[in-house]
Each structure stands twice: as C-alpha cells, then as structure tokens.
Design a protein. Sequence first.
Length: 336
Amino acid sequence: MQDEHVYVKNLLKKNGKTEFGRPVRLVLLTLETDCQDWFYFCAGEISTVMLTERYINPFTDYGFKRLFGEEPHKDLLLDFLNELLREEQGEIRSLTYLKNEHLDSTERDRRAIFDIYCENERGEKFIVELQKTKQNFFKDRTVYYSTFPIREQAKRADWNYELKAVYTVAILDFVFDEDKADPAKYRYDVKLTDTETCQVFYDKLTFIYLEMPKFDKTVDELATRFEKWMYVLKNLPRLERLPEKLREQIFERLFEVAEIAKFSHQQVLEYEDSLKYYRDFKASFDTAREEGREEGREEGWQEAQFAIARRLKAAGISVAVIAESTGLAADEIESL
C-alpha cells in the first residue's frame, strides 16, 4: 500500500507542488476487491485516476496515437515498422507523418480517415490501422484505403505510371472467422500473386494483418524483436514494470511514454475518456453481436446485422462506427 501511495503522490506532485501549482488533497477508497481508485481535487475539479493499470492501453484511440502517432515519439513507430518489414524493406531511416484524412473523388465524397499515415525517405507510403472489433468487410476497407495513397501519386504532367510502394498494416483485436482453424498463424502478409505459380506478381502493394488474440507467447518465449513488439502491444496495460527480457533502449523508451504517472492533468482526462469509450464500445458491441446472432439464426444474416446495429445505436455508438462494424449504410442505420 505504501508503494502505491508514493506512486500516486509522484503522479500529482513535482518538487512538493502539484503540476498545477495548487494544493492537492488525496483520498483513498479501499474497496472489497483489490482495486483502488484515487481521486484528486485541483481548483475545484475532480478527476479519477485508475491505478489498476500503470500503463496505457494501446487499443484505445488515445493510447495508440500516443505511442505511434505523435512526432516526439516517432522513433517507436520507426522501430516497429523496421521490425515488421525488415526482410523486404531493409532499414527505414526516417518517417514523415502525412495528413490522415482523405476525400473520395466520387459525388458522395466518402471520407477515409487513417489512424496513422506516413511515408519514408524513399516516398513509400504506410497506413497503420488499429481495429478494435470485428468488421464484416474489414479486408475490403483496407483495400479501399490503399487506393488513396496510390491515386495521390498521379502527376498532371507527363507520367509513366511508376508508383511508390504502399503498405497497409492492420493491428487487429479480433480474429477473422476464416482463420480460426489456424490458431498458430497470427501474421498474414498479402501481395498480388499469380494463382498458378504462387509467385508474387506485383510487390508494391502489401497488406499485413496481425491477429493479436492469437499471439499467446509468454515473455520467456520471445525470440525476436518483432515478437517483443507483439507482446508489448497485447499485454502493456497488464504489466506492472518493464520485464527484464525487454530491457532494450526502445522498450525502455516505450514504457516511459506509456506510463500514466507521467501524464499531465489534461492528458489523464483525455486518456480516461478514450479508455471509457473503448470499454463501453467493446461491451456494447460484444453484447449486441451475441444477441444479434440469436435473432439472426432465424432471420438470416442481413437481419442479424440490423439487430446488432439497433443495439449499438441504443448504446450511443456513432452511426459511422456502426456502419463500419456492420456493413450497413448510414441511412439504413439512421432509420432504425
């Protein structure tokens, strides 16, 4: 208990003062479980810091963007992509973040918003997506997303159609239904391939899918740096400290960036909101999908999607997220 008390005091105080230069009052609520919630009061504001997790959850929007989407922490993304693509890329020396929102050129101007979009020193493009829940047409979505960095390479003057490579990396918090029978395979590298020879026909368009639930290695079983990355991404919020097996400079850096105790007051609030949304969405989606399956057994697949959509909508999930998760059109969801 004393260690946790010091940990919280370090979170709220710097050199005997709070981060905000005002007195802080700490209150400990001891529950019947092992969970303690710490509350701190700053100039009339009340915030809750959940110390059941010392490090952020990378599957929250805030956590993923903090680790991989911020300029000061770009070295983390660079190392991850280097380990992921080392065999065909060699070493990526630098990355530049690009605008992650794109408009289609069709009449409806459908938006595509990438989680992370960047390019290396050779002008090759990388889309890195985090998908928290199963989506009916997620593979279609990744193919659609890849068309944006392809089309933006078109030049108005004389152009011979030469393209820079495009990589789409999808980190999945679910398993594709068609892949459940192969629990040992968690990484899928997809390129345009000749069906007869099984040889790569075009090597400038690559899709990599990482099914995180299948990765079940313990820390002692980690053999490569890439496996260490997989372990950290899956287990970070459950860890109390950096494991000795991961004591390398890049992971020491990651754990420092991910430690909630080092967040400002505003960052804590933003992370809490993101974490709450992640938990609420997961709970609502899992319940809706299960109940939708029950209804859909008799009503058919399409009706099952409508059943899921109705429950997600009732839980306050946005129409855009429901559309991505069920494959239904926005107007169909709005009419429910």
